[in-house]
Design a protein around this ligand. Structure first.
Ligand SMILES: Nc1ncnc2c1ncn2[C@@H]1O[C@H](COP(=O)(O)OP(=O)(O)O)[C@@H](O)[C@H]1O
Ligand SMILES: [Mg+2]
Length: 372
């Protein structure tokens, strides 16, 4: 699939924006804070219902406006789709495909496949577990609509249970109500744990293949699931942790506390990996994500690369450029060094400045960059 065009109204720093993409390689150039990442965020949101950085709806609506609208036109195997997203202050998102409103966000599944790659993704191993959970969730939501719907049910139950825990601290008679939420939480929590476990087993194999190549045949990568509450024990652990949860006024047990170990030749890269090993493994995981979508959905995802090429050395750039060659890519950069420009064939270049994006011909953009 590919993104044909994007139209924004009151999204982030854009009052209005209308942009048409090439099915090949697109580059968004511009100084910092001009709105490059915001364009990628809008595409990702329209394609997946989620912000890659987990932003709240109200933060994405342009300051001073009450609602925001994204329209994205895509082409999927020769068929055109129009996706509309409507953000309103204090309300849930509204989605429509081809003008027909969707009942729930998970119904958007199947209309777009998108992979977002940012410099933060390169730190996924170095940083804490929340980034790894985010990676798991975004990837799984991209290939499994049931997971997407279970995850949102789980998060809703978790929110309700936490609200009740806060209530209980000054109305202890409501403790009995916890039973109901525990049953629900365990129901969805087990599904999530089971699916994550199954996913990581398969994904580990794909990531290991990528990593073996990237490490010059030296490192065997392995991903291991670290569930906070193994499926069979969920209810028991929840009950055992209840007193503590009431004291802490939040739920300490469940997949929202999961983690994943990333090992190279048996060594846990989280505490022990060198910066280079950690980044190579992170890139392997990202390339494996592309591969997973390709095999699960039988189509190459659109790649959104946010300032990531400049973060990689030449060999790692080459590995990523090989993936770019096979699909539509939208790349942001503040400038691009000569060696990257030579190897990257840009089909369309936009200059982004102050909430506007203008298409320029590729050589012009090159000249512009040389002077900066
Ligand atoms: N809700 C919003 N309303 C208006 N401006 C916003 C909003 N959210 C972010 N911005 C502005 O968007 C700009 C950052 O855009 P971004 O896409 O991150 O820039 P970059 O080109 O560096 O990727 C900043 O100037 C920021 O103030
Ligand atoms: Mg940016």
């Amino acid at each position: 699939m590919f993104v044909k065009s994007l139209d924004l109204l009151n999204f982030r720093n854009y009052e209005t924006l209308s942009i048409e993409f090439d099915p090949g390689t697109n580059i968004l150039c511009g100084s910092n804070a001009q709105g490059k990442t915001n364009i990628l965020e809008a595409i990702y949101l329209a394609g997946t219902t989620k912000s890659h950085r987990g932003s709240k709806d109200r933060d994405m609506i342009r300051i001073g406006a009450d609602e925001s609208h994204i329209r994205m036109d895509t082409d999927r195997r020769g068929v055109g789709y129009r996706i509309d997203v409507h953000l309103k202050k204090g309300k849930g998102k509204g989605y429509a495909v081809g003008g027909v409103p969707l009942r729930k966000a998970a119904d958007l599944y199947g209309f777009a496949s998108i992979v977002f790659f940012s410099p933060e993704d390169l730190n996924i191993i170095k940083n804490g577990p929340s980034g790894r959970r985010r990676f798991l969730d975004l990837t799984l939501c991209g290939i499994d609509r049931v997971y997407m719907s279970d995850l949102s049910s789980y998060m809703r139950c978790l929110g309700q249970r936490n609200a009740l825990l806060k209530e209980i601290s000054f109305r202890s008679e409501r403790i009995s109500e916890l039973d109901v939420w525990d049953v629900q939480l365990a129901l969805y929590g087990k599904k999530i744990t089971e699916r994550r476990g199954r996913f990581i087993r398969d994904f580990s194999v794909t990531a290991a293949e990528k990593h073996l190549v990237l490490s010059g045949g030296k490192e065997k990568l392995e991903l291991l699931y670290e569930p906070n509450a193994p499926e069979g024990d969920f209810e028991d652990l929840l009950l055992a942790g209840r007193d503590n949860d009431i004291r802490m006024r939040s739920t300490g047990t469940g997949p929202h506390r999961d983690d994943m170990a990333i090992l190279a030749n048996g060594m846990d890269l989280r505490p022990y990996g060198s910066q280079g090993q950690q980044r190579t493994a992170a890139l392997s995981m990202k390339l494996a994500e592309i591969e997973t979508i390709l095999s699960e959905k039988n189509e190459m995802p659109v790649l959104l690369l946010d300032d990531v090429l400049s973060e990689l050395d030449r060999d790692r750039q080459d590995a990523l450029l090989a993936a770019i060659d096979r699909t539509q890519t939208i790349i942001t950069c503040t400038g691009m060094d000569e060696s990257v420009r030579e190897r990257l064939k840009a089909d369309r270049v936009f200059m982004v400045a102050d909430g506007r994006a203008e298409a320029v011909s590729a050589p012009e953009a090159g000249a512009e960059e040389q002077t900066t």
